[in-house]
Design a binder for this molecule. Sequence first.
Ligand code: PFF
Length: 447
Amino acid sequence: MASSSRGQFSSRIGFIMAAAGSAVGLGNVWGFPTQTASNGGAAFLVMYLLMMVLLAFPMLVAELTIGRYGQSNPIASLKKIWVRNQALAIVFGSIAMLAASLILSFYAILAGWLIGFGAAPVMELVGLKGFAEWLETYGVARNLVLTVLFMGLTVYVVQKGVANGIEKWSTRLMPLLFVLFAVLIGYIFTQEGAIEGLEMYLIPDWSHVNAGLVVNAMGQAFFSLSLGVGAMMVYGSYLKKDINIVRTAGQVAVIDTGVALSAGLLILPAMFVAKHNGVQIFNEVGELISSGNLVFTVLPSLFDTMGPIGEVIGLAFFALMVIAALTSSIAMLEVPVACLHEELNIRREKAAKILGLAILILSVIIVVNFSSLFDLVATISTMYMQPLLGVVWAIVIGWIWHRNKQLEEIKQGNPDIEQGWFWKIWPWYVKFVCPIAVLTVFLYPQL
Ligand code: PFF
């Protein structure tokens, strides 16, 4: 397929919003605060920031560069670099596609819950108390209905293509998300107890630092920047050649980290405000109760204690979460859709529907076998597949792709890059440090 007939982000800001939209998601607003709250507060925060700067950011530049060079889906882009080993390009491109689909299959379930928690206060306001309760109570039927709804939204946006779907919706939704966040943070700090949460967030408890915490921080950073699964490769392939990849990647990473830090600034104080209002959040030995459910248990009970304004705040908060989840899920679905559309010449609309349905079937299987499958799929796809695929991309860049070709690609949109510090460090850094560091962090706890 000729590159001219492919979609393209129409502006740099549109790309930043879309890529930041992909990056900012449940990983930031749910995963990061939950991990921080259960891993010693600031100690996790520091480790996470280190992982972002030292590993995730250089890998983001790598994925965007491979994608823009390839001007195609991950399979085709890898083939263009792996000229002598096309089979490997197909194998790893397909594994990335599978990883993106697996992530979407569990992500859609979580996002469905968020729709439920967002809609419940509205239903209560219009007098549908029973329905509101159903929306907030764990159950297979509820999970199925809400997952279908969220997947439908995702397919709807992806069908529309790059500029009319992904870019348009990300550019509309992301600023809304920033505003809602700012309002909620402003509100929470007017409440009693918030400062206690702030202390936990900012004063490190180093006793929590161990190999497991480092692995979690790395996994969280990779997940947060949507690395490994080819999402950033696909987005990079829609990026115009005159755009400075390094600077743009930096901006995306800063926005992503900014939102994660803000989410911490909202949720940790909110936990303590809830505690102050009589909600039990810690058990007798001081551990967080059901940390995985933090957002779904602590926050609604917090909103309940606020009276009628709490209903509005609850709606705003969960609307914000759904927005964040949607701009991420469209990036996940875009990976297999681009592959099917371009490799097998299937129309985009059709590819989006077929793949949306296939992934929905996976989600249904998970919903029905929730206790045995949910954590398993999430762990395999995010803790194993994402970092290990990241190692493969680092090897492709460092050992397969000729350095002059990389330079040629990166130089477009950044003509002076050779003179700067980035080009002196990055090529060998990605070649040696990234794969070794990721593998070490990954293998160390197993030894
Ligand atoms: N970065 C997203 C988040 O933090 O929620 C998750 C994600 C999006 C992972 C897109 C992978 C992906 F391809």
